[in-house]
Design a protein around this ligand. Structure first.
Ligand code: FAD
Length: 308
């Protein structure tokens, strides 16, 4: 192992549990696509203290790093990730004060949605079936069923690439379609305040049930995937363009255009990133040939190619 990594691990062991530092961890286990080679080091901070102390050291010593939520919007290449992956899924505390929910970056959207319902708080139902963390969702302004993060986020606590920590209020988030200032400036979300309205608990639960049924009907949830691969092009739907290019159920090696929802690529069994990236190229080419529309990726591609 690289000598500098040994010094970093020695430092991290002062405050992270041994089981929260993993060497050469396969990214397959940490992405909903079940794809990706190993990262050099993966750490799992459990508290704000552990997260910030780790981040400051990593930034200070100029290690390359990648912030990981649930890994539900990424394709990690087969050569894996060089540097430190900060896995936030154990940094997931959620607390409620009146109609504001504070969620640490690694809190799951479904858990926030259920806690909102238990507290008769309405407005977060749209996010119940998005399989990500609040940190990942805020960063890309995730949305579904006419709702999106921009409608409910009050304030986000972030760290910049120099380790400075500050709040960004909703009006300064520069929310766009699947984009925010956080994404543009590569800030790291530490936690956020979600502002909801008091409502009728039964009605909120009904909305959650309805969205869950709709998702189960439309999405290939029985296969590993990263959700919609492409952004919605203006004036079109990516899934429809793909379907109209005769690609429904199209198989390329171990990757497949879902026959249930053409906007999804699914991992049929043991696909690697190469299979998926080649299929993405095929889809983009066919859609362009047929409709002169350039599909843009919604998923993020991370890591290195595997050397042969
Ligand atoms: C079956 C399925 C259905 C989906 N449905 C939807 C949907 O309806 N709507 C929708 O918008 N998306 C959907 N997605 C995509 C995905 O769940 C969302 O984009 C989600 O918000 C990603 O969160 P994550 O924690 O998994 O992020 P990750 O995939 O772990 O990371 C995504 C990006 O965010 C960055 N990031 C993660 N956490 C932080 C943080 N704390 N600070 C800074 N950057 C961070 C990462 O570095 C990476 O660049 C779906 C995915 C699947 C698999």
């Amino acid at each position: 192992m690289h000598g500098n990594y040994e010094r970093l691990i020695y430092f991290l062991k002062n405050f992270l549990k041994d089981e929260n530092i993993k060497i050469s961890e396969s990214m397959k286990k940490h992405t909903t696509f079940n794809i990706g080679g190993p990262c050099d080091i993966m750490i799992f901070p459990e508290s704000e203290y552990e997260f910030i102390k780790s981040m400051k050291e990593i930034i200070d010593k100029k290690f390359p790093y990648f912030i990981l939520g649930s890994g539900s919007n990424i394709i990690v290449k087969d050569g894996g990730i060089r540097g430190i992956v900060i896995n936030l899924t154990k940094f997931n505390k959620i607390s409620v004060k009146e109609n504001i929910i504070n969620a640490k970056a690694g809190a799951k959207l479904c858990d926030i949605s259920n806690i909102a319902c238990k507290n008769s708080l309405s407005g977060f139902e749209f996010a119940c079936g998005i399989p990500g963390t609040i940190g990942g969702a805020v960063t890309m302004n995730a949305g579904a069923y006419d709702g999106e993060m921009s409608h409910v986020i009050h304030k986000v606590k972030v760290m910049d690439y120099e380790g400075n920590i500050f709040d960004i209020y909703n009006e300064n988030m520069d929310f766009g379609y699947r984009s925010t200032v956080i994404m543009k400036k590569k800030y790291v979300v530490i936690d956020c305040d979600i502002l909801l309205q008091f409502g009728d608990k039964n009605k909120i639960q009904e909305n959650i049930n309805d969205f869950t049924i709709r998702r189960n009907l439309k999405q290939p949830l029985d296969y590993p995937s990263a959700g919609s691969v492409f952004k919605r092009p203006e004036g079109y739907f990516a899934g429809k363009l793909i379907e109209d290019s005769d690609l429904r159920g199209y198989i390329h090696k171990n990757a497949m255009v879902s026959d249930k929802h053409c906007g999804f690529i699914v991992n049929r069994s043991c696909a690697n990133s190469k299979d998926v990236l080649e299929l993405i190229d095929i889809i983009k080419r066919k859609v362009y040939e047929n409709f002169k529309v350039e599909l843009e990726l919604e998923v993020r591609i991370i890591g290195e190619d595997k050397e042969n």
